[in-house]
Design a protein around this ligand. Sequence first.
Ligand code: YH5
Length: 265
Amino acid sequence: MTMQTKIMGVLNVTPDSFSDGGQHFNSVDAIQGAQRMIEQGVDIIDVGGESTRPNADLVSVVDEIQRIIPVIEALIKITDTPISIDTSKPEVMRQAVKAGVSMINDVYALRADGALKTASELGVNICLMHMQGSPRNMQNNPVYNDAVDDIKYFFEQRIEACIGAGISTEKLILDPGFGFGKTYKHNLEILHRFNEFKSFGLPLLAGLSRKRMIAQMLNNRETKGRVVGSVIAAILAIQKGANIVRVHDVLATKDALTILQKVEK
Ligand code: YH5
């Protein structure tokens, strides 16, 4: 059960305010970061050019493509490690798949105009993440009837939309989207009941790494002190059925997973 668990490493390709040329130094850092993750045994590299943190600035399609495509092209040359693209924009999906990525990781779950059709045409794997609201407003009083049931209803709707667009369910991965339009209480409930998302028979992805809910569980620890909390949260999600964990700290998570697998076989 835990044998097939995969570690997805987060590779942010966002502007470096200290570099004058912007793009160049940025790509070098990103490629070095990816190389480090590869050495540490990452299974999937998740390349993202648009910050989806609350209140982050929106990035134009052109900017996002200019940021991520050179990095993807460089990675494809140096590794066979599967690469996913963290985007909601159809044109970015197209260019990224053309450059060699094998998975779309979409925090909007293909709700942007043209995204369903594009993803269907591209034929790659797709992670459908749940988010209530948009990154701009999602943390402003999120409300659910029952967070897990409401997210399951959302998954039903999105799976139906994908099937309607000609996407095979074999391509789909589901993710409840920790921190995306959820209070601390909602996030804890979703982790506690994570196994309920198994009912779809699809692979599950959990992204808990370094998120605020980890800090909140640890009495508002600063970002740098969230590694141990993030690793144990990833392991708990795996024990509750997560097949992929999206993490910043690949080596630490890999070590924890190795221990889990030795114990559970
Ligand atoms: C996710 O869960 N998350 S980007 C705030 C943080 C730390 C980390 C306040 N993309 C997910 O990682 N894709 C992101 O500290 C994602 N699932 C999937 N599939 C947000 C993030 C982060 C935000």
